[in-house]
Design a protein around this ligand. Structure first.
Ligand code: PLP
Length: 396
């Protein structure tokens, strides 16, 4: 069959497929505990749902401008001022069908065939694939656990070639939960300026932070702001993953290019979801505070307990809702005579033997780790870690 070589090179999202397997097992009646989720286990706050219901009843069910409703762009501009002290005009904002779609637009706008994008690993699985969808070449920089899973400016600089166009930043990070400090970001920004690179700053977890403070690299200076494209959205902050609203803030030229493409590719994001997003951004924020407090409790419990279990360890994450568990000491051990060679096999055996679903780090280019999401109840977390303990105690 004649197919696009570019599209054939794209692999399916491993996090989504693990989650799908977990959901199927659950449907089949198995007592499975899932830690693969990339979404808050909280419901979308009622006032946001009510805004959407009202929008439908009021007949707000038609097309909007392709890059988003003026009211939503205004709410996004106000959000940037309120949360990040960043001034943007509405013509710098493009609203898309989720932050993932925003990233597709971003790389589409800034890359030509063969352009390179530096992506710090462990990374969110979609970055390299989205770069490839847009004819770019992902270039991995490996951040070690010893350096809190953060890349150093020197590591970035080593990878820069004449084809490098952009650096991806994701702070707080999926999958590591790490948060870059202002000082660290200043050094990275300096390199980006020196080599005329764009900075694609994915700040989707900015409010899910338990230690330190979120700082956007665009806050450093007007010069840095001009080369930075911020990607954000309502999915994680407001438990709105299914509503599909993300947005970017960039210089107006990039925004215009993305908006032109979007006007042909998807037209506007769902009108009702846009109205819900306005309410999310402008409405009461109490439920966000309660969600963050609950995530903080779970993070403490999970990290402390993992570090008490023999053979595995983790660094306590500062943000997002993931923990990377180091399983280096487990590789090579056996369960019922079968050797665990890799994180993939670890995750598979833990799921088959103890019905616990975690995500192997292989997809994040972190082969000695598995990722646990704590976007699940404390009861599940306790049960999952009990089962992990039992699983590890049975290894030879
Ligand atoms: N960026 C990161 C780092 C993520 O973890 C995710 C979702 O898992 C996204 C972007 C995509 O979010 P959205 O649901 O808005 O497409």
């Amino acid at each position: 069959m004649y197919l696009s070589e570019k599209f054939l090179s794209i692999s399916p999202s491993p996090t989504l497929s693990i989650d799908a397997k977990f959901k199927q097992m659950k449907k089949d009646g198995l007592d499975v505990v899932g830690f693969g989720a990339g979404e808050p286990d909280f419901d979308t706050p009622k006032h946001i749902k009510d805004a959407a219901i009202k929008a439908i009843l009021d007949g707000k069910t038609k097309y909007t401008p392709a890059s988003g409703m003026p009211e939503l762009k205004k709410a996004v501009c106000q959000k940037f001022m309120r949360d990040n002290s960043l001034y943007y005009e509405p013509n710098q904002i493009v609203v898309s069908n989720g932050a993932k779609h925003s990233l597709v637009n971003v790389f589409g706008a800034i890359l030509n065939e063969g352009d390179e994008v530096i992506i710090p690993a462990p990374y969110w699985v979609s970055y390299p694939e989205i770069v490839k969808i847009n004819s770019g070449v992902p270039v991995t920089v490996y951040a070690s656990e010893d350096n809190d899973f953060k890349v150093t400016p020197e590591q970035i600089e080593e990878k820069i070639t004449e084809k490098t166009r952009a650096i991806v930043l994701n702070s707080p990070s999926n999958p590591t939960g790490m948060v870059y400090t202002k000082e660290e970001l200043e050094k990275i920004a300096e390199i980006a300026l020196k080599h005329s690179l764009y900075i694609v700053s994915d700040e989707i977890y900015e409010h899910l932070i338990y230690e330190g403070k979120h700082f956007s690299i665009a806050q450093i200076s007007d010069e840095v702001k001009d080369i930075t494209i911020i990607v954000n959205g309502v999915s994680k902050t407001y438990a709105m993953t299914g509503w599909r609203i993300g947005y970017t803030a960039s210089n107006p030229t990039i925004a215009k290019v993305m908006s032109n493409v979007q006007s042909h590719a998807t037209s506007n994001p769902n009108t009702i979801a846009q109205i819900a997003a306005i309410e999310a951004l402008n409405g009461p924020q109490e439920e966000l505070g309660a969600m963050v407090a609950e995530f903080a409790k779970r993070r403490n419990y999970m990290a402390d307990r993992i570090n008490k279990i023999e053979g595995v360890s983790c660094i306590k994450p500062h943000g997002s809702f993931y923990i990377m568990m180091n399983i280096k000491n487990i590789l090579g051990k056996k369960l019922n005579g079968k050797t665990i060679h890799s994180a993939d096999e670890f995750a598979e055996m833990l799921l088959d033997d103890k019905l616990v679903a975690v995500v192997p780090g292989t997809g994040f280019e972190a082969p000695d780790y598995v990722r646990w999401s704590y976007a699940t109840s404390m009861e599940n977390i306790k049960e999952g870690l009990d089962r992990l303990e039992k699983f590890l105690s049975e290894l030879e």
